[in-house]
Design a protein around this ligand. Sequence first.
Ligand code: A2H
Length: 251
Amino acid sequence: EGVGPQEYTLIKMRVQELTGKLKALAPRPVFLVAATLRPETMYGQTNCWLGPDLTYVAVETKQKEVVVCTRRAARNMAYQEMLSVENEVKSILEVKGKELMGLKLSAPLTSYGTIYTLPMLTVKEDKGTGVVTSVPSDAPDDFAALVDLKNKPALREKYGITEEMVNVEPVPIIDVPEYGTLSAPTICQMMGIKSQNDKDKLVEAKEKVYLRGFYEGTLIVGEFKGKKVQDIKKGIQEKLVKSKEAMVYQE
Ligand code: A2H
């Protein structure tokens, strides 16, 4: 990673129905916020990843909405003047990732009206918000973790995940030369990646499709259909920020 700050797009995913501990947050709108480097892939979101053993906090933004992320991310947001109280984290509640599994969310641009929060064991506490949006068509990590949940009933049961919640398929959204319109499933197949535990292979797969997707990928859906990814990435971020479906965040 570089020396300068990394800029992420925070995708706001609205919790459709407040359950469990989250009930205490009503009547304010509550969002999980996912940090991504690839806002142009939001057309292909199928679910949202949380680390089951990570701790998340709920904090209030300047717009009086509630966002859920790691305490570390909330602190960064406070310093970036995104929260209702400046330079300070006033957490409304604290909750473990495993207590937030199977939530129904509404997310921008995706063709799925509802996506679910699901467990991913490799979500890092010290990157982004600890909330990751899943785009299995274009991210090998996302594809491998989704395949695991589909193939392993015991893994689903451990976190209270039903078959219905994982009954989603990668959506073709970007055409990448050599890898086609489902670049992540294709490279995982080519490299024999079968699970999120194939860590070394996943690093290699990610590097390969990430570079080609960015420099040579073409959108095949949405209002920027036919345009090159590198030409419209910023435009999609700006559009999502303007419609209040995303925020810009640095760390
Ligand atoms: B990306 P970098 Cl389609 N733990 O978004 C693990 N992974 C995390 C994370 C965390 N705490 N926070 C963010 N990420 C993921 C989309 C995507 C991403 C696609 C393709 C590649 C890709 C959909 N998932 O990233 O280390 C998020 O996944 C490959 C680089 O800061 C975020 O963007 O470079 C990316 O890692 C940020 O990783």
